[in-house]
Ligand binder design. Structure first.
Ligand code: IPD
Length: 289
């Protein structure tokens, strides 16, 4: 039977609000914290508790839909063509433990490996982003108020290149060898003057949540977002919101557009009447591939 995407979306929104309440109730000072790949790849008991609640609720409401979550992922797992929830219970865990109010739950639904429903909720700002493929993207500030269609500007400005762009980038948790060199090199080239071979962007921002970065690009508050090292649960929900807001997700792994795993490079570019493809080309030109 065909999946009722609206029903799935509505349940995801309800789950996101419950997750938000769990995050607000948790006192980061009292939270048991552990690490995964290294000392800055942090997980808390709240990440695990939220994922448990999310998987329990979504699996009982939609038993036929597969589930993949950051905290229960095991190497070798893949997203198949069947409908799959792709979930990051707390995106921005580092912000969460430091009480920096920029973290969210990121709930995606992939169908045929394509982001098809996206729900992102930042409980500290009571800010909700939602989208269903083909039905537009929306932002609701303050629960119960009227959703606003994304992008927020009715007539978004054309993109005029990296020199006029506000660009989100992230450090992520992988700080080793070539991976770290790519990040620092990219940041340096984006910020450096033209004389120094850089793009001289208006500025760079690192707000600590991949999903909220993509949502900000979808809203038109950032021009683009680059990160090397994202996982499917970081991008699945945001990808749907972005695409429905007229933005594009360019992958640094050409030919591979699926929300797959294992630390990929992503470049999200906001919706604009012109200049998207040119910005992507300029980006790869400046940083090299
Ligand atoms: C991380 C955050 C961070 C980004 C990492 C993500 P987590 O997610 O989004 O900003 O740089 O790549 O993995 O670990 O907080 O769920």
């Amino acid at each position: 039977a065909d999946l009722d995407l609206q029903a799935v979306h509505d349940e995801m929104v309800s789950v996101a609000y419950e997750a938000g309440a769990m995050m607000l109730e948790a006192n980061p000072q009292d939270i048991d914290t552990g690490t995964k790949l290294n000392s800055v790849d942090i997980v808390t008991e709240t990440d695990q508790g939220v994922e448990k609640m999310v998987s329990t609720r979504l699996s009982s409401a939609f038993p036929s839909i597969s589930f993949m979550g950051e905290e229960t992922y095991k190497p070798g797992m893949r997203i198949g063509p069947e409908p799959t929830f792709v979930v990051d219970p707390i995106d921005g865990t580092t912000n969460f433990i430091h009480s920096f109010p920029n973290a969210c739950i990121s709930l995606g639904l992939a169908v045929d490996r394509t982001p098809t429903v996206g729900v992102i909720y930042n409980p500290w700002q009571d800010l909700l982003f939602t989208a269903i493929k083909g039905r537009g993207a929306f932002m609701t500030r303050i629960r119960g108020s009227a959703p606003r269609r994304l992008p927020l500007a009715r007539n978004p400005a054309p993109l005029t290149g990296l020199g006029t762009a506000l660009v989100a980038v992230e450090w992520g948790s992988n700080r080793d060898g070539p991976n770290f060199d790519v990040k620092t090199d990219t940041f340096r080239k984006l910020a450096a003057s033209r004389e120094a071979g850089g793009a001289m962007c208006h500025s760079l921002r690192s707000m600590g949540s991949a999903a909220l970065n993509i949502a900000a690009v979808a809203a038109g508050q950032m021009d683009c977002y680059w990160e090397g090292g994202c996982w499917a649960w970081d991008v699945c929900a945001g990808w749907c919101v972005l695409a429905e807001a007229g933005g594009i997700m360019a992958s640094g792994n050409p030919g591979d557009w699926e929300p797959e795993l294992e630390g990929r490079v992503y470049l999200a570019v906001r919706g604009a009447p012109s200049g998207q493809k040119e910005l992507v080309e300029e980006f790869w030109g400046v940083i090299g591939d």
